[in-house]
Design a protein around this ligand. Structure first.
Ligand code: ZN
Length: 498
């Protein structure tokens, strides 16, 4: 049985690697005119992979292996494979295909509606997507997983309404009042940072230096550009990142590069023995995001980081940054603004954007909110938690792509990732002096700690086990809120002396 399973795996991997490369190429370098031709080839390959994956001989082999007394990583590998195929079997194929067709068109309808700030134009499509999601929930419900929990569990195993409610309750009680107070803080920055222009070639020089600084391994990865930065990996030896440069914002590319390299380093450090199996790559969206946020915020936005590397950036932009000090730059990259757009949000206010989306999704799936009332609810919650009056739906309920592609249950993992990161950072700091590592230009040491405690496992352990294993405690959101309040109290005080 194992032989049959392995033979299918080998073939599926070859097709998937080709598909992945075509997808990567599509997002980064492929000529525009090749789109239609590539789509035809993609369709053929996807069909071949689907046939192989659903081949009766393969499914029978997995069913049989799942009954055997397996041990070690292979046991977990088969458990995950079995979970995947069992879910697929529960969804009627015709409905699944009809949904795929709907999803392939819906993001364009959303994009058009967003451009015109016209929620009504998107509403019928959104309603159809939600109807399918509700059916999906019914198909996939188990004794322990019901309702919206089914969706939440897809992105983060063992995280359901009960756990997220506790998490967001802490944010609501401790973070919301702190954030609403921020409008009293007068944040001032050198005007060159606000109105400057920063040559993109020079930015690239610095961003490529970041690979070296953070030990993102360029023998196993590359850095390219795309409209929206992302990380994409299939195996530990091929995990690639993209970034996006903005001439008017010196720090936009820097932090998206650091963020994506955090994702990349995670996948590069997974046990190479898992390459080619379901165990390679990150275990969940939340754990993945914890690694990118840890690099982006706890390392990349730290005082130690800019005390150490600001001179390199200053040398690169010797004219522009001549009069800007490392202290001023550190404050600038930690500027706070309660604002409308999630993807542009700062570290302090980011998770409140997520809290709003969670509250909305929960209400949609327990029947307390109808899709047609989404804008009203959205705007009310932005007022309540961020003190903002939403101008129009493009800046409000239509801003994110997720719902248009049926990604319900995904948003909460973004906030969860930041919260995991705070807990991991706290424990890591007790074992190694993180600040000193940064100052000594020895971020390798941080990476080694992360590899040993988190990265090496890939999907071998569940997210819950990873957190328990790395921090000796179950997940506790208080680490996150305490970290934010402490950090930003210091930051805001610094404006008084500067
Ligand atoms: Zn990310």
């Amino acid at each position: 049985m194992k032989q049959i399973y392995e033979q299918f795996k080998k073939e599926i991997n070859a097709y998937k690697y080709a598909l992945w490369l075509m997808g990567w190429d599509d997002e980064t370098e492929a000529p525009k005119a090749s789109k239609a031709y590539r789509t035809e080839q993609l369709e053929v390959l996807y069909t071949l992979v689907y046939k192989l994956e659903m081949d009766e001989k393969r499914l029978a082999a997995i069913d049989q292996l799942a009954k055997e007394n397996l041990t070690g990583p292979f046991k977990r590998e088969i458990e995950l494979e079995k979970k995947g195929i069992d879910q697929l079997r529960k969804i009627p194929q015709a409905e699944y295909i009809a949904y795929q067709v709907l999803i392939s068109k819906s993001s364009q309808i959303w994009a058009e509606a967003k451009k015109n700030s016209d929620f009504e134009a998107f509403l019928p499509t959104l309603e159809e997507i939600i109807v399918f999601q509700k059916k999906l929930i019914k198909y996939l419900e188990t004794d322990t997983l019901k309702g919206y929990d089914v969706l939440l569990d897809m992105y983060e195993e063992n995280m359901g309404i009960k756990e997220y409610d506790e998490f967001f309750k802490v944010l609501n009680e401790k973070l919301v009042p702190f954030v609403l107070e921020t409008s009293k803080v007068k944040q001032k920055f050198p005007s060159v940072l606000l109105k400057g222009s920063f040559n993109i070639e020079k930015q690239k020089q610095f961003n490529h230096r970041l690979a070296d600084i953070l030990s993102y391994d360029l023998k196993k990865g590359v850095i390219k550009e795309s409209v929206h930065p992302f990380t994409s990996g299939v195996v530990s030896v091929d995990t690639r990142v993209t970034t996006a440069y903005r001439e008017d914002l010196i720090d936009a590319a820097i932090f998206s590069t650091i963020h994506e390299m955090g994702h990349g380093i995670y996948e590069q450090q997974v046990n190479p023995e898992f390459d080619g199996s379901i165990l390679s790559g990150g275990v969940s969206m939340g754990i993945h995001e914890s690694q990118s946020r840890l690099f982006e915020n706890m390392i990349g936005r730290s005082k130690a980081f800019w005390d150490t590397y600001y001179p390199v950036l200053q040398q690169t932009f010797s004219k522009e940054l001549k009069k800007v000090t490392a202290e001023q730059f550190h404050l600038y990259v930690n500027r706070v603004k309660r604002d409308f757009i999630r993807i542009e949000a700062d570290e302090l206010t980011y998770s409140l954007h997520i809290m709003i989306r969670y509250e909305i999704e929960k209400a949609l799936f327990n029947g307390k909110l109808q899709p047609k009332d989404l804008p009203k609810t959205w705007n009310r919650l932005y007022k309540k938690y961020l003190g903002l009056t939403v101008k129009n739906d493009a800046f409000g309920v239509l801003q994110d792509i997720h719902w248009s592609i049926g990604s319900f249950g995904y948003f909460p993992t973004y906030a969860l990732g930041s919260a995991y990161a705070a807990q991991i950072y706290d424990v890591m700091n007790q074992e190694i002096d993180v600040e000193q590592c940064i100052k000594n230009n020895d971020i390798r040491k941080i990476n080694r700690w992360l590899r040993e405690h988190i990265h090496q496992y890939g999907k071998l352990k569940t997210p819950k086990e990873i957190i328990l294993n790395a921090t000796n405690k179950p997940f506790d959101p208080n680490y996150y809120v305490d970290y934010l309040v402490k950090k930003y109290t210091t930051i805001f005080k610094a404006y008084e002396v500067n």
